[in-house]
Design a protein around this ligand. Structure first.
Ligand SMILES: [Zn+2]
Length: 288
């Protein structure tokens, strides 16, 4: 059996090269559902999800990672957040209707990729790289070369129509003495991967198809899920920092106060009664 939302890591016993394979379906569908994103943005979010999962699998600590494109075109930003448990969420925002939904058409030539690693214990690390080439994959490769001096190849696939996305990653191990020849050979074989194979074959089948002449060690797969993490309690905490008069004013005008989560579109509705309760239970009353 093979899951449709999984990430698998593997290593070559005869080369100083490691790899990862990610496949997304339900988690990808949940992330783009009901947002009415243009198809190009849905595709980009699928690729961003795959990248975030690939990067998250390399974390050596508990914590989370944020991969964000800060756009310079119709796309203001697109971001996916993941943690060591492979719980992912993401959102995109447009400032204009895109005429050209290619990667560069959406993000613009002057866009940046910002990767933030946030360990639960320890300091945050942020890496920034300008868009390189005409794809997210080539930009991620540039990021690894700049930030870690590690030759890396990334292949990304996303098809919003069928609600499937995937990614494949190869990287020379740190501190290995120039594995260039083996790495180039393994990369050339991976060039032949098709989207259909990535979506339909199991991890073992993909690795056998590419590397049956190699000695590959495959580690156990990890499940990926869409998980937002928003809650009514979090919205309540945010509301407690807003003056009560302002909250009451909104309710007087609108009849209710409605907060919608940017990521999962869940509505949190507050009535006048709820707003009073918020104040009575937790916050000290506002000085007049
Ligand atoms: Zn949410």
């Amino acid at each position: 059996m093979h899951g449709n939302d999984i990430i698998a890591r593997f290593a070559f016993r005869n080369h100083d090269v490691r790899g990862e394979l990610v496949r997304l379906q339900e988690s990808y569908r949940a992330l783009i559902a009901n947002h009415d994103y243009p198809l190009g943005v849905q595709k980009l979010l699928g690729e961003l999800m795959a990248v975030t999962s690939l990067l998250t699998a390399t974390l050596k600590f508990e914590g989370h990672i944020n991969v964000q494109i800060q756009g310079d075109g119709p796309l203001n930003y697109a971001t996916v957040n993941g943690n060591h448990d492979q719980a992912l969420r993401g959102v995109a925002r447009l400032v204009d209707t895109p005429k050209d939904e290619s990667f560069l058409g959406l993000v613009g030539e002057g866009a940046y990729l910002v990767i933030t690693l946030s360990p639960e214990h320890g300091e945050e690390y942020q890496g920034v790289v300008g868009i390189e080439g005409d794809s997210l994959a080539s930009t991620i490769e540039a990021y690894f070369l700049q930030s870690e001096q590690l030759p890396t190849r990334v292949w990304l696939f996303a098809d919003p129509g069928s609600g499937q996305a995937a990614g494949f990653f190869l990287q020379v191990l740190p501190a290995s003495d120039q594995e260039t020849e083996g790495f180039d050979h393994l990369s050339t074989l991976a060039e032949t991967l098709t989207a259909e194979e990535m979506y339909q074959l199991s991890t073992e089948e993909v690795l056998h198809r590419l590397y049956h002449e190699e000695d590959v060690e495959l580690y156990p797969e990890q499940a990926i899920r869409f998980f937002c993490g928003c809650s009514r309690e979090r919205t309540a905490t945010a509301l407690r920092s807003v003056p009560m008069d302002e909250l009451r004013e909104i309710i007087a005008e609108e009849g209710e106060l409605r907060l919608t989560c940017d990521y999962c579109l869940t509505d949190y509705v507050y009535t006048a009664f709820d707003v009073d309760a918020l104040n009575a239970h937790e916050a000290p009353s506002q000085p007049q």
